[in-house]
Design a protein around this ligand. Sequence first.
Ligand SMILES: [Ca+2]
Ligand SMILES: [Ca+2]
Ligand SMILES: [Ca+2]
Length: 728
Amino acid sequence: MVVSAFVLSVLFLSIPSLALEASAAPSTVWRQNPRVSLSRSLLGVVCSRGDQVGPRVAADVGQPSALHEATLFSRNILVSADVGYYPYQNGPVIAVNPTDSNNIVVVCHDLGISSTMVAYASFDGGLTWRSSSVPRILSDDEFGSDPAVAFDRRGNAYYSYMSVGVYGASVVVSRSSDGGLTWSEPTVAVHGGLEVDVEHQLYMEVLNDKPMITVGPDPVNPRRDNIYVSYTEFVSVFDYMQDILLYENSTIKCVRSTDGGRSFESPVPVSGTITYSGEDEPIRIVQGSMPAVGPDGALYVSYYYSGEDGWLNGTGHLMVAKSVDGGQRFGEPAQIAAVKEFVYSLPPTNFRAWSSLFPIISVGPEGNVYAVFSSKVDGLDNSDVLFSRSRDGGSTWSIPKRVNDDDTANDQFFPWINVGNNGTIHVIFGDRRDDVNNIRYNIYYARSTDGGSTFTPNVRVSESSSNPFYGIPEGAYIGDYFTVASSSEDVYVAWTDCRTGQRSSPNQDIMFARIRPLPPPEIVLSSASGSSGSPVEVNGRRFAAYDRRVSIRFDGVEVGAAYTDPEGGFKSEISVPFSASGGHEISAVDVLGNVAAATFEVNYGLEDVGRDVQKAREDIVDAIDVGQAKIAADISKNISGFKMEVSNSITGVKENISKSMMDSEGRIRGDLSGLLEDIGRVQVKAQQMESDITFLLYISIALNAAAFSILVAAAACALKGKAGQRHP
Ligand SMILES: [Ca+2]
Ligand SMILES: [Ca+2]
Ligand SMILES: [Ca+2]
């Protein structure tokens, strides 16, 4: 299972057509890979699911524990800025300028920008941070990975990282001579990529993984600083006729620059070359190297070796090799410890944690070599932090001693060590002792002032715990290390923090703390007193920087919000809410829970308002009374006037009607008499016409009678005539 996933991931990384499938492949592909650079599949998981949050696991909201009250450390400062779409920063390495301990540099991944490589610089001991120019990857490559940084004794900073291409990866180094503000074009320290062996019909993908950088005096010319970068060279050898992976070699190598990073010499092997050749055998690798230089110029490179029983199986061997000629040759590696192998991720969380096994080393001023690493010690406890030392130049090592002093079976991981110039040993690590569910982690610190014979009780560095599920989606990744650096003044810690992801969408940041207290955030009001409703300007500084939200509150109730500038300052105007006269608290709270408060004296408060309202009410009542009386009088007066008017109008109307009636009557009477006369005349005429008609009738009758007589006479005559003529 592990083996096939490994082979798959190798193929995905190697063959573009399959690389497309990688983003859709099960997460076991990226979970189970001995390479510790950011992989494409991990980037795919992280950058395609920005809106998802993993299981919300019960636990407190990360309030500072009582234990923190007693800690040595300063308040926590947010280092990283969210400039891209994916607000995830992780993998911080911190370094302090030996010529100016106020100048601190943090380098880390930022998954929101294309190269993924960013740096931050502080010039005030870590109180405020400035984003630097973005170190570039090589032009043909796709993204960067595995940031690390170190200063030389003259105050130049060197930033090493992987420049990852489609095939393999190179190791590059960028240089800053202004305290980490600007970075040079990268110099290639080790070339990676594709190589072809035509004669044997092979092609080789060379992936130079997990670089770590240090700077120290050259053993022959101690006034000169050499730059050393150690890394794992993975060479995957393919048969190009059949396009199959034949075997994979891993070798710890170291490369140096003797000219301030302008050029690098040929890489030198530190470990033997370990070959892994297929699914029927355990994965065998070397991985996780770290270089450190002693005061005499002795160079040590530590690393992990899986052993013959394989990676994450059985025993793991933590090794160290020494070079006394400035990294040109290394002696036979010695074993720091043989430990139980780790688990890939620490249940119940998903993030890659097995890098906790890598031996982290630091050399003291007396030349002793000190190492920390994580391992499984007890049956129920998956991981503790262990310490071992060598007083003979790395040849023999003390029996590992547990550094974490909790009495839980919870996990400790990502330990780091730094030995100060006075020999004090500083150790930090991630620690889940405060969460009964073994999910949320804090950063803890322990130190030894007796060369590692005893350690102080652990103290907490982080003010608030981080739930990895609130960081990157699925809690898939928090980087591979947290780091600590020191100067003669102080101790500086940088880690991946997830607390701002808890308040809304997932987020992951780089957080910083030191031992000396840092001044707290504060607010200043434009005026210390005023009336309710009046505007007040709130000026804040030293809050979480870079466009982070600040809630402005009046007696604990939010009345406004502001967003911070790159220095952590803001300006916001609020209206004073109506409230009682006297002192009130105006406060500002940022995303980290930083709080600053000021008192505001309300000099026209609620009781003043109440009194004035009462007076106004009485005035209104009085006014109403006066008004009512006046209105009543007016109405009365108006009504009598109206009555008079109405009365007058009625009289006029009556008169008009009477007059009209009289006029009408006269006219009607006149018309009637005319009419009657006309009727009389018509009657007379009608009578006359009647008598005329009667007369005519008589005449007519008379005429008719006469005519009849004539006719009778005529007829008689005719009859007589006829009778005489019949016989002529
Ligand atoms: Ca093993
Ligand atoms: Ca433990
Ligand atoms: Ca962030």
